[in-house]
Design a protein around this ligand. Structure first.
Ligand SMILES: Cc1ncc(COP(=O)(O)O)c(C=O)c1O
Length: 388
């Protein structure tokens, strides 16, 4: 936790304004993270993955620092434009887009699009033609599948085509008059293995060669996200990722290293945010001495902690009793839905003295929390965010 967050929460509590869970995000941490990415991958353009946290303050800061943006929807494109970024700094990175949304993105000046099949290529070509644009000014990159091994939140099969298909997809784009620009992949979010980019870069280099044999000269590799934030397990620093990626690029592309892009989301904002929540109930399911305690918080899966699904992400949880004796607990959220349990398969150690009304601090919650919160499930309001 940063001193700024600690001070902010103390003042909020002193003023009696600490009702309901809140995520507090420290922009200084985002600034440091952006600088670390820019330093560790100096020849790579940073496209912040807006989905991780689209707070206007975050977007404005990153726009001022020179970041580009990976967006998933027209709404995200509009948020980024409102934050001051120009359209050539924005990609429409979702491989699943309505044709009319592509049209709206083109009208906003966006010219960089992700695809993973011929049908999506055709939508973009049609939308560009309908808009009266020069189709060749629209760039597409083809996303390839990655197995996500080594990642705590793998993105697996939904996005991308097998590498063997990408050359055909890019050739199709070329034949439609679009600019076949490059290849993208995502090695899985919260990727703990710095070498995870190697296999995907080998595939990307093969696609570059195959396209060249067909007279199509690609120029860009989009290295995606995957850069981890600090939860309970220690993770390598961003410099180690930069070094490993540079080694893999040199190994597979030799002296012809392509233009590169990264799309960090979690690694940009995860450690900048912290949720303060409250213990609503501590109970046991039987009178048995050895029965595990259930700790119910006023935040759960529907309040923003969706990434505890399958217990994939284990957040560090701090309490004012830290250092005292702990016992393994089940942690659950406040709603009347039985899936609203955060950690049950692998019990979570919490202080025995933790009791009803105590505050808990959930660290590393700057990414993938506020926008995952339900609007009003069971009448609970969505997670509040305060950016400092
Ligand atoms: C296309 C794309 N780029 C980047 C990201 C961000 O990934 P991460 O948060 O692991 O950095 C995602 C996450 O889903 C994504 O889908």
């Amino acid at each position: 936790m940063t001193d700024r967050i600690r001070d902010f929460l103390r003042v909020r509590r002193d003023l009696g304004r600490d009702e309901g869970p809140v995520m507090v995000l420290d922009l200084d941490v985002v600034r440091d993270n952006y600088t670390a990415f820019a330093r560790s991958l100096p020849d790579t353009r940073v496209f912040y993955a807006v989905k991780a946290n689209p707070a206007p303050e975050v977007l404005r800061l990153l726009a001022e620092m020179g970041s580009c943006f990976d967006t998933a929807s027209v709404a995200e494109i509009e948020m980024v434009l409102a934050a001051g970024a120009t359209p050539e700094r924005i990609s429409f990175g979702n491989t699943i887009k309505k044709e009319r949304c592509i049209g709206r993105a083109l009208a906003h000046g966006i010219r960089l699009f992700a695809v993973d099949c011929e049908a999506e290529v055709e939508k973009i070509a049609r939308a560009a033609t309908a808009a009266g644009l020069e189709v060749g000014a629209v760039q597409v990159f083809c996303r390839i599948l990655c197995d996500g091994a080594g990642a705590d939140w793998p993105l697996s099969r939904k996005f991308g085509c097998v590498p063997e298909m990408a050359t055909d997809v890019l050739e199709h784009a070329h034949r439609q008059g679009l600019s076949a620009y490059g290849v993208s992949f995502h090695v899985g979010s919260q990727q703990g293995n710095t070498e995870a980019w190697d296999g995907a870069l080998a595939s990307a280099a093969t696609i570059f060669r195959e396209c060249a044999e067909r007279g199509i000269f690609l120029s860009m590799v989009n290295l995606g996200g995957g850069f981890p934030t600090q939860y309970l397990k220690a993770v390598p620093g961003v410099e180690s990722y930069g070094d490993a990626i540079f080694r893999a690029l040199t190994k597979h592309f030799g002296n012809r290293i392509p233009e590169t892009i990264i799309e960090p989301g979690r690694g940009m904002v995860g450690n900048a945010g912290m949720i303060e929540a409250e213990v609503v109930l501590v109970s046991k399911k039987s009178a048995d001495e050895d029965e595990v305690r259930w700790v119910y918080l006023d935040i759960g899966k529907f309040g923003g902690l969706a990434e505890t699904m399958d217990e994939a992400i284990r957040y560090p949880i701090r309490t004012r009793h830290d250092g005292e004796r702990t016992e393994p607990c089940v942690i659950a959220g406040p709603t009347c839905d039985s899936v609203d349990v955060l950690y049950e398969r692998q019990h979570y150690p919490l202080p025995v003295s933790l009791s009803i009304g105590d505050k808990v601090l959930i660290e590393g919650t700057g990414a993938y929390t506020t926008t995952y919160a339900a609007v009003a499930f069971n009448g609970f309001p969505p997670l509040q965010q305060i950016v400092i």
